[in-house]
Design a protein around this ligand. Structure first.
Ligand code: ADQ
Length: 467
């Protein structure tokens, strides 16, 4: 690669070798080829500050942070990113909260960040932007005169055309995306929705090579299903360690769910389905306990607080109706667990339940599979609406709106013969390996490198301000 790779994501870890997942993949990519990782500093400031500053470990590549003010956090992060874009992408138009302040905050942070990135980016460099917080970043970078390659990867579902109508007029998604060279999405279904959006755009033309020309720019749209760091997860699941007490304390067979506390994850229906399963189960069968690990997130947004109350009430109802003195059927734990402990819990669980209404991919589904003992694997019950379902077709696929179907799937999973469990596990594991996160990042970077230089208009000269 002639220039350096610059990765931009909202979060940036401070430590040298973060464990697992996306953060691991980006770290490994940068460690091998060098470059810069830019993300937001976790501490808010009162006034906007210019320039990026070094953040955390600087060993094999540079880490730089931009600063968000308290107002940016409200308007850009909680507001436009998480109260407009997140619900639109997760088919929850009813939860969208439009506010001119949110729009202005989102535009201002993206414009400011673009100016700061332009300070450190050379024409030969390649920029890889992550997620919905930064849809307009390429447009803003182009305004500064940056002519190098810019790629985007959306971790969450691409919205359906009908849902895009909930976005304010100023949110020009087709143009924002056309200013990238490569738009990476999780699944083939996401690509289809993105192309549908361009099809509805009068300026867009579909080229012979599959790219989309929109105004003066051409963009490639492809799916790159993200995965996990498979080998390290397999190893973690086999590790010895403290903390398995949680599983030991649970009666009978274990069903596990692990999700950020988010309305897209379908938790209330999952709890209802487990309650329904308990209602219909034969009392003489072995007891089944479910543990749901759900660390709170974005609690400043009202929809998230309301979800928490709803879940607490449901847990009380399920345990009240079905619990015994020596048995709490549903445990609901509100905190982050150590990754190795999580992996061991997955391995102990007879069933993993992943039942979102919408999810870009869902790494928990892949982690659950990777953690299983190939000789005695558990069964994954997976919503067909999670991105992961596109490839994990041998999981027990369910409709997350259908409580009865999910309750029956729990029963099927809990009574599945060993041979069928092994066969389903092997098919899923093959897919989990095929989408290992290192392959994912390598494949994205290679594709971006190969993207033709597509800038058709002559750029305005880049103004480099004094460092
Ligand atoms: P998320 O919505 O955060 O990610 P997911 O893909 O499931 O969803 O990843 C969550 C990660 O957090 C997993 O690695 C999981 O192990 C971990 N985690 C969850 N609860 C935990 C807990 N209590 N303790 C410790 N770890 C916990 C977004 C998109 C997804 C997409 C990913 C990656 O919404 O659809 O798969 O990005 O692109």
């Amino acid at each position: 690669m002639a220039g350096k790779l610059i990765v931009i994501s909202n979060r940036i870890p401070s430590e040298a070798a973060p464990a697992g997942g996306l953060v691991f993949a980006l770290h490994e990519t940068l460690r091998k080829i060098g470059g810069i990782w830019i993300g937001s500093h976790p501490d808010l400031v009162e006034e906007p500050t210019d320039g990026l500053s070094p953040y955390g470990e600087q060993a094999q590549y540079e880490r730089l942070a931009f600063r968000l003010t308290r107002a940016d956090y409200e308007n850009f992060y909680l507001g436009f990113s998480n109260s407009v874009l997140w619900p639109v992408c997760h088919r929850r138009g009813d939860l969208v909260q439009l506010d001119r302040g949110y729009e202005e905050g989102y535009a201002a942070v993206n414009a400011r960040l673009a100016r700061q990135v332009a300070e450190v980016a050379g024409a030969e460099d390649m920029i890889w932007v992550h997620d919905y917080h930064f849809f307009p970043l390429a447009s803003e970078l182009r305004k500064t005169g940056f002519t190098g390659k810019i790629g985007f990867f959306l971790h969450i579902p691409f919205p359906a055309l009908g849902d895009l109508g909930a976005l304010p007029r100023a949110a020009n998604l087709p143009q924002w995306l056309a200013d990238y060279d490569l738009v990476g999405l999780q699944t083939r279904a996401d690509v289809a929705r993105c192309l549908e959006m361009f099809r509805a755009e009068s300026k867009a033309e579909f080229m012979m090579d599959g790219t989309v020309k929109c105004g003066s720019r051409t963009v490639a749209v492809q799916s790159f299903p993200i995965g996990i760091d498979v080998d390290s997860f397999v190893k973690a699941a086999q590790s010895d360690g403290q903390g398995d007490k949680l599983a030991d304390d649970m009666s009978g067979d274990l069903v596990i769910g692990v999700d950020r506390l988010d309305y897209s994850k379908g938790l209330p229906n999952r709890f209802r389905a487990f309650g329904r399963y308990l209602e219909t189960r034969d009392e003489r069968e072995r007891r089944v306990s479910m543990v749901q690990i759900a660390p709170p997130s974005r609690e400043e947004v009202s929809a998230y607080r309301e979800l928490r109350y709803e879940l607490e009430e449901l847990v009380g109802r399920v345990n009240g109706e079905h619990g015994e003195i020596d048995w709490t059927p549903l445990r609901y734990i509100h905190r982050n667990l150590d990754r190795d402990l999580l992996a061991r819990l997955y391995r102990r669980a007879r069933v993993g339940v992943v039942t979102p209404f919408a999810d870009g991919m869902n790494l928990v589904a892949k982690e659950y599979i990777a953690a299983q003992d190939p000789e005695d694997p558990g069964v994954l019950v997976l919503s067909h609406m999670a991105g992961a379902a596109e490839d994990l077709t041998e999981a027990l696929l369910v409709n997350p709106y259908d409580i009865e179907e999910m309750s029956e799937a729990l029963k099927t999973a809990l009574t599945m013969p060993l041979e069928e469990r092994k066969q389903r596990y092997a098919a899923c594991m093959e897919q989990v390996r095929a989408t290992d996160v290192t392959k994912w990042s390598q494949s994205y970077v290679r594709t971006l490198q190969k993207c033709a230089a597509t800038l058709v208009v002559k750029p305005t000269p880049r103004v480099k301000s004094e460092a």
